[in-house]
Design a protein around this ligand. Structure first.
Ligand code: FPP
Length: 250
């Protein structure tokens, strides 16, 4: 499995490539809180509904031929939210395990998790370990959940591991390349995202995969994440397919 999709893009490559199905789609699942508040419900109900959207989109993306779907589930900055909300979100992987696992298995979805998982509560870690273990042999789409993830923190942990290689004499500072940094990031097994989708009308990256999205195409929608359907995903992919990616070329 390791390295199955490893293919980091370089500026010199793939000028004017024909747009096909994106291999890797990343989504910032935003708007859960507003979805609930609009209905007079507590914000956490929005997160619960947002969790239900995940399988719908993963199944559809799988059928479309997307290889990796990375979802921003909990950022390293989300600890700033009220404790009750943080606790609720960090219980979602357990709910996810019990309500979604049979569907994930039926659709051959492999679940992975990236981020500073060591800092998550033990019940969250246990749930994500179980769902990863149970789906490890599936060879359909990879559903990569970003949990306690931050783009800058990802780069910091990569730099630390690379520095350790230098310290141990495994490589020389002057030999460090972009590929070597990519190989130390949490996403080292995957190609860089081709397409980023952000829901709820916010137009920013919010510290999501900063290094990896150097050449990603962005698509934003006002639709709130719990309302995000396969028709919205299809529209995003269709817009992506009309884009001309030049990677710095002409
Ligand atoms: C952003 O909406 C959403 C989050 C911070 C949490 C997203 C989490 C899920 C959809 C479920 C994760 C599921 C698993 C299995 C880990 P927001 O709260 O910022 O919405 P707002 O901008 O309307 O307030």
């Amino acid at each position: 499995m390791l390295g199955r999709f490893f293919n980091h893009q370089k500026e010199s490559q793939a000028v004017d490539v024909k747009m096909d199905v994106p291999r890797h789609v990343a989504i910032i699942m935003d708007g859960n809180g507003r979805w609930a508040l609009k209905r007079g419900m507590p914000r956490n109900i929005g997160h619960r509904e947002g969790m239900k959207t995940i399988h719908r989109i993963a199944e559809y993306a799988n059928h479309m031929g997307v290889k990796v779907l990375t979802l921003f589930a909990f950022s390293s900055e989300n600890w700033l939210r009220p404790k009750t909300e943080v606790d609720f979100i960090l219980r979602l992987p357990e709910r996810f395990l019990s309500s979604e696992l049979p569907k994930l298995q039926a659709n051959n979805v492999q679940v992975r998790v990236m981020g500073a998982v060591e800092a998550l509560p033990s019940h969250t870690k246990k749930a994500v370990d179980t769902v990863m273990f149970e789906t490890a042999d599936n060879d359909g789409i990879i559903l990569n959940l970003a949990l306690n993830y931050g783009g800058r923190a990802d780069i910091v942990q990569a730099v630390k591991r690379l520095s350790s290689d230098v310290e141990q004499g495994r490589c020389q500072i002057e030999d460090i390349t972009e590929e070597m940094i990519s190989e130390k990031l949490y996403t080292s097994d995957f190609p860089d995202p081709d397409l980023l989708i952000r829901t709820s009308g916010e137009i920013r990256l919010s510290n999501f995969m900063l290094w990896q999205m150097a050449y990603s195409e962005f698509w934003f929608t006002d639709v709130l994440w719990p309302d995000f359907g396969t028709e919205h995903f299809a529209e995003a992919v269709s817009v992506f397919q009309q884009r001309k990616r030049r990677y710095g070329g002409v």
